[in-house]
Design a protein around this ligand. Structure first.
Ligand SMILES: [Zn+2]
Length: 110
């Protein structure tokens, strides 16, 4: 039985980031994809995404404008972003990390 109590951390057009008050897992909902993270894995994921520069890492993508491709914990599944999408994704991830810090302070540690 699921006893999760999700608290929303970030809500925007395509992205919703939440954390469960019970099991402390973080959910990243981007368009139709839902990825789950342990708290520290989310922090690490955010830090590694913030280091990625679209200009340096974007590649040609099936005849479409350049996209940046991000690995997930599942080797066969990747995120794929245009420049604008990636900018918003990075901002939302960072906002989620800041909100997690706030939650940590409120709940006295995760
Ligand atoms: Zn839970």
């Amino acid at each position: 039985m699921c006893a999760c109590q999700p608290v929303s951390l970030v809500e925007s057009d395509y992205i919703n980031i939440s954390m469960c008050l019970g099991c402390k897992r973080v959910g990243l909902h981007y368009k139709n994809i839902l990825c789950g993270f342990e708290y520290y894995d989310y922090e690490q994921f955010n830090e590694s995404v913030q280091r990625i520069s679209f200009e340096k890492h974007a590649t040609e993508f099936c005849g479409q404008p350049r996209h940046v491709i991000l690995s997930t914990c599942h080797t066969d599944i990747q995120f794929c972003f245009t420049k604008t999408e990636f900018k918003f994704f990075k901002e939302a991830l960072n906002e989620g990390a800041l909100m997690l810090e706030v939650q940590k302070a409120i709940t006295n540690g995760l």
